[in-house]
Design a protein around this ligand. Structure first.
Ligand code: NDP
Ligand code: HSE
Length: 437
């Protein structure tokens, strides 16, 4: 291969912070693809150092590159800082220092971006430095660049998808093989999908951070993790999965970002929660650690992005793509896109967000029960789409699926129904997405 380098090209020197599941693959790709990367960038891309906590554990990295002094590595003669440590500190301080020193930054750290994105963007702007983070959402899938660049001339109205591989792996197994929650989580951790603390995955924090990043880019508005309504999958039971199956549906943890106008004007809503979707829905066929995201825009219509959402090599692919972009900018001159938050839309609270519920009840099997339950829905102005009742001796199973209503009205309805003397148990309550029933 003949590598075309600019005659005056100095190597682009890279500081890698962290060398775990993702970092190890970044080191491998930098080494194995050195010639191609040099040709694509127009200059050699050189690994200047790798900061870790426990250097003795890293036999695949040349010893002279390893350091525990991440701050010292950033302050040395480097052009680009790649952060794959994770978490808020010390990553936040290290990246602010890197940006202030004019280094280009590539990070996969969604937790940091969703909490301190504004501060990082401001530091990048002040120094005229690049901040790229494609790997932070949906692993290998090119998704943020299309939102930031390809769709920058359109008006995005909705982004909905499966953005957490660990929970999708668990829910797929619960639906497909009946495997237990605990054994599937253990497998996801061994495969390198789960976060260092897997509660970030199962309690929905990871998906909520990704939803905040997606909404910020899609709606040109600062959205932080704290703005995102969040429910994880810990409460999803075998009964919920079975109830979904009976309705021809499956349960997925969805991230849903919407831009809509109501009586109070235009706003965005951002939520993460389990939902039943029809088995015919394209997201129903997204299994294992795969992710998929639908984007709806006024002119483009519907777009779908699908691929591996977690794991070392897929995530390293996205990191390397960003590394090539920022290295090219350094060699050729120029900068990538800045933060775009001009729309500054308010975030609508979950209570006012329209949703639909599937409610499964165990009720007394006698006359008048259905009308008592129906009266509670009417009292809260919640319209019923489907009712199914099945007698079982003295008890009956009653399933109700609603039309769309404000989430607060649906919650109040469920609370009141749970208190009716004729209701023995609320077996399952879950939101439904997909077409109206
Ligand atoms: P790991 O836990 O596997 O690796 C973390 C690395 O950071 C380790 O090498 C660790 O060193 C190092 N580290 C921790 N603290 C420090 C510190 N204070 N100074 C220097 N190094 C430190 O994480 P992952 O590779 O899984 O994830 C990294 C990032 O990528 C996270 O932000 C994560 O959210 C994100 N991400 C991960 C994906 C995945 O599938 N795993 C997918 C998409 C994004 P040592 O090894 O010595 O302990
Ligand atoms: N823990 C995350 C997941 C890694 O399971 O999706 C990818 O961001």
């Amino acid at each position: 291969m003949t590598v075309q380098l600019r005659p005056e090209a100095k190597p682009v020197r890279v500081a890698l912070l962290g060398c775990g599941t993702v970092g190890t693959e970044v080191v491998r790709l930098l080494h194995e693809q050195a010639d191609d990367l040099a040709a694509r960038v127009g200059a050699p891309v050189e690994l200047a150092g790798v900061a870790v906590r426990r250097p003795h554990k890293h036999h695949d990295v040349p010893a002279e590159l390893l350091t525990t002094d991440a701050a010292g590595l950033i302050a040395s003669d480097v052009d680009v800082v790649v952060e794959v440590i994770g978490g808020i500190e010390p990553a936040r301080t290290l990246l602010l220092d890197a940006l202030r020193a004019g280094r280009s930054v590539v990070t996969a750290n969604k937790a940091l971006l969703a909490e301190h994105g504004a501060e990082l963007f401001e530091a990048a702007d002040a120094a005229g430095a690049d901040l790229y983070f494609e790997a932070a959402v949906a692993g290998a899938i090119p998704l943020l660049r299309p939102l930031r660049e390809s769709l920058a001339g359109d008006r995005i109205t909705r982004v909905m998808g499966i953005v957490n591989g660990t929970t999708n792996f668990i829910l797929s197994a619960m639906d497909g093989t009946g495997a237990s929650y605990a054994e599937t989580l253990e497998e996801a951790t061994q495969l390198g999908y789960a976060e260092a603390d897997p509660t970030a995955d199962v309690d929905g924090f990871d998906a909520a951070a990704k939803a905040a990043i997606l909404a910020s880019l899609a709606f040109h508005t600062r959205v932080t993790a704290a703005d995102v309504y969040r429910e994880g999958i810990a409460a999803v039971s075998a009964a919920d999965v079975a109830a979904a199956r009976e309705l021809g549906r499956t349960v997925k943890l969805l991230a849903i970002c919407e831009r809509e106008a109501d009586d109070e004007g235009e706003a965005v809503s951002v939520r993460v929660h389990p939902a039943m979707i029809p088995r015919s829905h394209p997201l129903a066929g997204v299994n294992g650690a795969f992710n998929a995201v639908f984007v709806e825009a006024d002119a483009a219509g519907q777009l779908m992005f699908y691929g591996q959402g977690a794991g070392g090599a897929p995530t390293a692919s996205a990191v390397l793509g960003d590394l090539v972009a920022v290295a090219r900018n350094r060699v050729m001159g120029g900068r990538g896109p800045r933060e775009s938050a001009y729309a500054d839309l308010p975030v609508r609270p979950m209570g006012r967000t329209p949703t639909r519920y599937h409610i499964s009840l165990d009720v007394a099997d006698r006359s008048g029960v259905l009308s008592q339950v129906a009266a509670v829905f009417a009292e809260h102005d919640v319209s019923i789409a489907v009712v199914r009742q099945e007698g079982r001796g003295a008890d009956a199973s009653l399933v109700v699926v609603t039309h769309s209503a404000p989430d607060a009205a649906l919650r109040s309805t469920v609370d009141k129904i749970a208190g009716l003397p004729v209701v023995r148990e609320v077996v399952s309550v879950m939101r439904v997405e997909g077409e109206e029933l």
